[in-house]
Ligand binder design. Structure first.
Ligand SMILES: Cc1cc2nc3c(=O)[nH]c(=O)nc-3n(C[C@H](O)[C@H](O)[C@H](O)COP(=O)(O)OP(=O)(O)OC[C@H]3O[C@@H](n4cnc5c(N)ncnc54)[C@H](O)[C@@H]3O)c2cc1C
Length: 289
Protein backbone atom coordinates (compact mmCIF):
# COMPACT_ATOMS: atom_id res chain seq x y z
CA UNK A 1 0.00 0.00 0.00
CA UNK A 2 1.05 3.57 -0.53
CA UNK A 3 0.95 6.40 2.01
CA UNK A 4 -1.45 9.31 1.58
CA UNK A 5 0.23 12.41 0.10
CA UNK A 6 2.31 14.55 2.43
CA UNK A 7 4.98 17.24 2.19
CA UNK A 8 8.41 15.89 3.08
CA UNK A 9 10.91 18.06 4.98
CA UNK A 10 14.53 17.21 5.75
CA UNK A 11 15.89 19.88 8.11
CA UNK A 12 19.68 20.08 8.50
CA UNK A 13 19.88 21.16 12.15
CA UNK A 14 17.85 21.24 15.35
CA UNK A 15 16.84 24.90 14.96
CA UNK A 16 15.46 24.30 11.49
CA UNK A 17 13.63 21.19 12.69
CA UNK A 18 12.05 23.00 15.65
CA UNK A 19 11.03 25.93 13.40
CA UNK A 20 9.37 23.51 11.01
CA UNK A 21 7.62 21.57 13.78
CA UNK A 22 6.30 24.88 15.18
CA UNK A 23 5.00 25.97 11.77
CA UNK A 24 3.45 22.87 10.25
CA UNK A 25 1.11 20.18 11.52
CA UNK A 26 3.70 17.46 10.99
CA UNK A 27 4.91 14.09 12.20
CA UNK A 28 8.53 13.44 13.09
CA UNK A 29 10.16 10.66 11.07
CA UNK A 30 12.99 8.90 12.95
CA UNK A 31 13.67 5.23 12.12
CA UNK A 32 10.33 4.99 10.33
CA UNK A 33 9.75 1.43 11.52
CA UNK A 34 6.41 2.35 13.09
CA UNK A 35 5.48 5.54 11.24
CA UNK A 36 5.98 4.21 7.69
CA UNK A 37 3.72 1.14 8.26
CA UNK A 38 1.09 3.44 9.81
CA UNK A 39 1.25 5.72 6.74
CA UNK A 40 1.20 2.81 4.32
CA UNK A 41 -1.82 1.31 6.05
CA UNK A 42 -3.38 4.79 6.07
CA UNK A 43 -3.80 4.71 9.81
CA UNK A 44 -2.01 8.08 9.93
CA UNK A 45 -2.31 10.90 7.39
CA UNK A 46 -0.14 13.85 8.44
CA UNK A 47 0.05 16.77 6.01
CA UNK A 48 3.80 17.08 6.68
CA UNK A 49 6.55 14.63 7.60
CA UNK A 50 9.69 16.07 9.23
CA UNK A 51 12.59 13.67 8.70
CA UNK A 52 15.07 14.29 11.53
CA UNK A 53 17.68 11.77 10.36
CA UNK A 54 20.10 14.46 9.13
CA UNK A 55 20.23 16.40 12.39
CA UNK A 56 23.73 16.38 13.87
CA UNK A 57 24.44 15.61 17.52
CA UNK A 58 21.47 13.36 18.27
CA UNK A 59 23.09 9.93 17.83
CA UNK A 60 24.99 9.82 21.11
CA UNK A 61 24.92 6.99 23.64
CA UNK A 62 26.55 8.42 26.76
CA UNK A 63 27.05 6.19 29.80
CA UNK A 64 28.00 7.66 33.17
CA UNK A 65 27.75 6.60 36.82
CA UNK A 66 24.18 7.93 37.02
CA UNK A 67 22.91 6.18 33.92
CA UNK A 68 22.77 6.24 30.15
CA UNK A 69 21.60 9.07 27.91
CA UNK A 70 20.42 7.85 24.52
CA UNK A 71 20.10 10.43 21.73
CA UNK A 72 17.04 10.58 19.51
CA UNK A 73 18.88 9.11 16.52
CA UNK A 74 20.70 6.27 18.32
CA UNK A 75 19.46 3.09 16.64
CA UNK A 76 18.23 0.20 18.74
CA UNK A 77 21.00 -2.05 17.37
CA UNK A 78 23.69 0.52 18.26
CA UNK A 79 22.40 0.80 21.81
CA UNK A 80 22.34 -3.00 22.17
CA UNK A 81 25.90 -3.26 20.81
CA UNK A 82 27.13 -0.51 23.14
CA UNK A 83 26.32 -2.78 26.12
CA UNK A 84 25.78 0.24 28.36
CA UNK A 85 22.83 -0.99 30.41
CA UNK A 86 21.95 -4.60 31.23
CA UNK A 87 18.17 -4.15 31.19
CA UNK A 88 18.23 -2.19 27.92
CA UNK A 89 20.24 -5.05 26.41
CA UNK A 90 17.83 -7.68 27.74
CA UNK A 91 14.84 -5.75 26.37
CA UNK A 92 16.37 -4.97 22.97
CA UNK A 93 16.96 -8.67 22.31
CA UNK A 94 13.16 -9.03 22.36
CA UNK A 95 12.42 -6.04 20.11
CA UNK A 96 11.59 -6.97 16.52
CA UNK A 97 14.33 -8.31 14.18
CA UNK A 98 17.85 -7.11 13.29
CA UNK A 99 16.78 -5.13 10.19
CA UNK A 100 14.18 -3.25 12.18
CA UNK A 101 16.60 -2.63 15.09
CA UNK A 102 19.15 -1.29 12.59
CA UNK A 103 16.80 1.57 11.68
CA UNK A 104 14.42 1.89 14.64
CA UNK A 105 15.44 4.26 17.40
CA UNK A 106 15.12 3.76 21.15
CA UNK A 107 13.60 7.22 21.57
CA UNK A 108 11.16 6.66 18.68
CA UNK A 109 9.88 3.55 20.41
CA UNK A 110 9.29 5.53 23.62
CA UNK A 111 7.41 8.32 21.80
CA UNK A 112 5.40 5.79 19.80
CA UNK A 113 4.24 4.33 23.16
CA UNK A 114 2.90 1.02 21.93
CA UNK A 115 1.30 -0.66 24.97
CA UNK A 116 3.01 -3.97 24.11
CA UNK A 117 6.47 -2.47 23.40
CA UNK A 118 9.41 -3.43 25.58
CA UNK A 119 11.37 -0.16 25.87
CA UNK A 120 8.62 1.89 27.58
CA UNK A 121 8.60 -0.77 30.34
CA UNK A 122 12.35 -0.38 30.77
CA UNK A 123 12.06 3.41 31.11
CA UNK A 124 9.15 2.96 33.54
CA UNK A 125 10.73 0.37 35.85
CA UNK A 126 13.98 2.36 36.06
CA UNK A 127 12.19 5.68 36.64
CA UNK A 128 13.89 7.27 33.60
CA UNK A 129 12.88 10.35 31.64
CA UNK A 130 12.62 11.87 28.16
CA UNK A 131 13.86 15.34 27.13
CA UNK A 132 11.55 17.24 24.79
CA UNK A 133 12.57 20.35 22.84
CA UNK A 134 10.33 22.89 21.13
CA UNK A 135 10.57 26.37 19.62
CA UNK A 136 9.95 28.92 22.35
CA UNK A 137 9.95 32.75 22.23
CA UNK A 138 13.59 33.80 21.88
CA UNK A 139 15.06 30.31 21.70
CA UNK A 140 14.51 26.65 22.47
CA UNK A 141 12.30 25.38 25.26
CA UNK A 142 13.32 22.08 26.82
CA UNK A 143 11.40 20.02 29.35
CA UNK A 144 12.26 16.73 30.96
CA UNK A 145 9.31 14.38 31.48
CA UNK A 146 9.57 11.53 33.97
CA UNK A 147 8.51 8.08 32.77
CA UNK A 148 5.41 7.97 34.99
CA UNK A 149 4.09 11.11 33.24
CA UNK A 150 5.41 10.30 29.77
CA UNK A 151 3.15 7.39 28.81
CA UNK A 152 -0.38 8.74 28.51
CA UNK A 153 -2.26 5.95 26.74
CA UNK A 154 -2.02 3.51 23.82
CA UNK A 155 0.18 5.17 21.16
CA UNK A 156 0.03 8.38 23.19
CA UNK A 157 2.98 9.99 24.91
CA UNK A 158 3.55 13.35 26.55
CA UNK A 159 5.34 14.61 23.41
CA UNK A 160 3.05 17.32 22.03
CA UNK A 161 2.73 18.54 18.45
CA UNK A 162 5.70 20.82 17.79
CA UNK A 163 7.97 18.92 20.20
CA UNK A 164 10.98 16.81 19.33
CA UNK A 165 12.21 14.20 21.81
CA UNK A 166 15.96 14.80 21.83
CA UNK A 167 17.08 12.08 24.26
CA UNK A 168 16.03 9.59 26.91
CA UNK A 169 17.76 8.93 30.22
CA UNK A 170 17.88 5.42 31.70
CA UNK A 171 19.13 5.44 35.33
CA UNK A 172 21.89 2.94 36.17
CA UNK A 173 21.01 -0.07 38.32
CA UNK A 174 22.09 0.39 41.97
CA UNK A 175 25.03 -1.79 43.18
CA UNK A 176 24.15 -5.48 43.83
CA UNK A 177 21.21 -5.28 41.41
CA UNK A 178 20.07 -7.58 38.65
CA UNK A 179 17.43 -7.25 35.96
CA UNK A 180 15.50 -9.46 33.56
CA UNK A 181 12.82 -9.22 30.86
CA UNK A 182 10.35 -12.04 30.25
CA UNK A 183 7.57 -11.96 27.66
CA UNK A 184 5.23 -14.14 25.68
CA UNK A 185 4.70 -13.26 22.02
CA UNK A 186 3.15 -15.47 19.37
CA UNK A 187 6.13 -15.05 17.04
CA UNK A 188 9.81 -14.52 17.70
CA UNK A 189 10.58 -10.80 17.47
CA UNK A 190 7.01 -9.70 17.96
CA UNK A 191 5.72 -7.24 20.53
CA UNK A 192 4.76 -8.64 23.96
CA UNK A 193 1.23 -9.02 22.63
CA UNK A 194 0.17 -11.46 25.34
CA UNK A 195 2.18 -9.99 28.23
CA UNK A 196 5.69 -8.96 29.19
CA UNK A 197 7.34 -8.18 32.52
CA UNK A 198 10.70 -6.64 33.30
CA UNK A 199 12.13 -6.69 36.80
CA UNK A 200 14.88 -5.03 38.81
CA UNK A 201 15.99 -6.59 42.12
CA UNK A 202 18.51 -5.04 44.51
CA UNK A 203 20.08 -7.12 47.30
CA UNK A 204 21.66 -5.94 50.55
CA UNK A 205 25.10 -7.02 51.78
CA UNK A 206 23.59 -10.24 53.24
CA UNK A 207 22.10 -10.98 49.79
CA UNK A 208 18.57 -10.40 51.11
CA UNK A 209 16.08 -8.63 48.84
CA UNK A 210 16.27 -4.89 49.56
CA UNK A 211 14.12 -3.65 46.66
CA UNK A 212 12.13 -5.27 43.86
CA UNK A 213 10.15 -3.59 41.10
CA UNK A 214 8.45 -4.81 37.96
CA UNK A 215 6.93 -3.10 34.93
CA UNK A 216 4.28 -5.01 32.99
CA UNK A 217 3.37 -4.46 29.33
CA UNK A 218 0.60 -5.81 27.12
CA UNK A 219 -1.79 -5.78 30.09
CA UNK A 220 -2.95 -2.16 30.04
CA UNK A 221 -2.82 1.05 28.01
CA UNK A 222 0.60 2.04 29.46
CA UNK A 223 3.37 0.15 31.29
CA UNK A 224 2.24 -0.71 34.82
CA UNK A 225 4.92 -0.45 37.51
CA UNK A 226 4.53 -2.44 40.75
CA UNK A 227 6.91 -2.09 43.69
CA UNK A 228 6.91 -5.50 45.39
CA UNK A 229 9.80 -4.85 47.81
CA UNK A 230 7.60 -5.18 50.90
CA UNK A 231 5.87 -8.35 49.71
CA UNK A 232 9.26 -9.92 48.96
CA UNK A 233 10.38 -9.03 52.49
CA UNK A 234 14.03 -8.65 53.46
CA UNK A 235 14.96 -12.29 52.93
CA UNK A 236 16.99 -14.43 50.50
CA UNK A 237 15.34 -14.82 47.08
CA UNK A 238 14.93 -18.56 47.71
CA UNK A 239 12.52 -17.90 50.61
CA UNK A 240 10.50 -15.06 49.03
CA UNK A 241 6.73 -15.82 49.22
CA UNK A 242 6.36 -15.97 45.44
CA UNK A 243 2.62 -16.63 45.49
CA UNK A 244 2.02 -13.41 47.41
CA UNK A 245 4.35 -11.53 45.07
CA UNK A 246 2.59 -12.73 41.92
CA UNK A 247 -0.78 -11.88 43.48
CA UNK A 248 0.45 -8.35 44.23
CA UNK A 249 1.54 -7.91 40.60
CA UNK A 250 -1.78 -9.28 39.33
CA UNK A 251 -3.67 -6.82 41.54
CA UNK A 252 -1.77 -3.94 39.90
CA UNK A 253 -2.91 -4.71 36.33
CA UNK A 254 -6.27 -4.74 34.56
CA UNK A 255 -5.79 -6.64 31.31
CA UNK A 256 -8.50 -6.78 28.67
CA UNK A 257 -9.75 -9.42 26.24
CA UNK A 258 -8.69 -9.05 22.64
CA UNK A 259 -8.09 -11.24 19.60
CA UNK A 260 -4.75 -12.41 21.03
CA UNK A 261 -5.82 -13.60 24.51
CA UNK A 262 -8.49 -13.37 27.19
CA UNK A 263 -8.08 -11.05 30.15
CA UNK A 264 -8.05 -14.07 32.49
CA UNK A 265 -5.20 -15.71 30.57
CA UNK A 266 -3.19 -12.46 30.59
CA UNK A 267 -3.74 -12.09 34.33
CA UNK A 268 -2.42 -15.60 34.88
CA UNK A 269 0.51 -15.00 32.54
CA UNK A 270 1.61 -11.73 34.07
CA UNK A 271 2.03 -13.42 37.47
CA UNK A 272 4.05 -16.27 35.97
CA UNK A 273 6.28 -13.85 34.03
CA UNK A 274 6.73 -11.58 37.06
CA UNK A 275 7.96 -14.50 39.18
CA UNK A 276 10.33 -15.66 36.43
CA UNK A 277 11.73 -12.17 35.85
CA UNK A 278 12.14 -11.43 39.56
CA UNK A 279 13.87 -14.77 40.24
CA UNK A 280 16.20 -14.24 37.29
CA UNK A 281 16.94 -10.64 38.33
CA UNK A 282 17.68 -11.78 41.90
CA UNK A 283 20.02 -14.52 40.64
CA UNK A 284 21.91 -11.97 38.52
CA UNK A 285 22.11 -9.57 41.48
CA UNK A 286 23.65 -12.34 43.60
CA UNK A 287 26.17 -13.39 40.94
CA UNK A 288 29.69 -12.01 41.45
CA UNK A 289 30.34 -8.99 39.17
C1 LIG B 1 7.77 -5.98 11.78
C2 LIG B 1 7.99 -5.09 12.96
C3 LIG B 1 8.11 -5.65 14.21
C4 LIG B 1 8.31 -4.86 15.33
N1 LIG B 1 8.41 -5.45 16.56
C5 LIG B 1 8.59 -4.68 17.66
C6 LIG B 1 8.70 -5.27 18.95
O1 LIG B 1 8.69 -6.49 19.13
N2 LIG B 1 8.82 -4.43 20.01
C7 LIG B 1 8.88 -3.06 19.87
O2 LIG B 1 8.99 -2.36 20.87
N3 LIG B 1 8.81 -2.48 18.66
C8 LIG B 1 8.67 -3.25 17.56
N4 LIG B 1 8.60 -2.65 16.33
C9 LIG B 1 8.65 -1.17 16.22
C10 LIG B 1 10.08 -0.65 16.22
O3 LIG B 1 10.71 -0.88 17.46
C11 LIG B 1 10.08 0.84 15.90
O4 LIG B 1 11.33 1.14 15.38
C12 LIG B 1 9.83 1.78 17.03
O5 LIG B 1 8.60 1.53 17.67
C13 LIG B 1 9.73 3.25 16.56
O6 LIG B 1 11.00 3.76 16.37
P1 LIG B 1 11.35 4.51 15.04
O7 LIG B 1 12.64 5.22 15.26
O8 LIG B 1 11.28 3.58 13.91
O9 LIG B 1 10.19 5.63 14.99
P2 LIG B 1 9.29 6.14 13.78
O10 LIG B 1 8.60 5.01 13.13
O11 LIG B 1 10.07 7.05 12.90
O12 LIG B 1 8.25 7.03 14.61
C14 LIG B 1 7.28 6.43 15.45
C15 LIG B 1 6.44 7.52 16.10
O13 LIG B 1 7.20 8.26 17.03
C16 LIG B 1 7.34 9.64 16.63
N5 LIG B 1 8.74 9.99 16.88
C17 LIG B 1 9.83 9.20 16.61
N6 LIG B 1 10.94 9.79 17.04
C18 LIG B 1 10.55 10.98 17.59
C19 LIG B 1 11.25 12.06 18.21
N7 LIG B 1 12.58 12.01 18.38
N8 LIG B 1 10.54 13.12 18.68
C20 LIG B 1 9.19 13.15 18.53
N9 LIG B 1 8.48 12.18 17.94
C21 LIG B 1 9.15 11.10 17.48
C22 LIG B 1 6.94 9.67 15.16
O14 LIG B 1 6.42 10.91 14.79
C23 LIG B 1 5.91 8.56 15.10
O15 LIG B 1 4.68 9.04 15.58
C24 LIG B 1 8.41 -3.42 15.19
C25 LIG B 1 8.33 -2.84 13.91
C26 LIG B 1 8.12 -3.66 12.80
C27 LIG B 1 8.04 -3.02 11.45
Amino acid sequence: MKPPPFTYHAPRDLDEALDLLAEVDGKVLAGGQSLIPLLNMRLAAPAHVVDVNRLPGLSGIEAGPEGVTVGALARQAEVARAGVHPLLGQALRLVAHPVIRNRGTVVGSLVHADPAAELPAVLAVLGGSVRLARRAPGGTGVRQVAADAFFAGPLESAAEPGELAVSAFFPALPPRSGSAFEEVARRHGDYALLAGVCAVVTLDEDLHVAAARVACVGVGPVPVVADVSEVCGRRPAATVPWEAVTEAVRRAVEPEDDIHASAAYRLHLVGVLAERALREAAARAAAPP
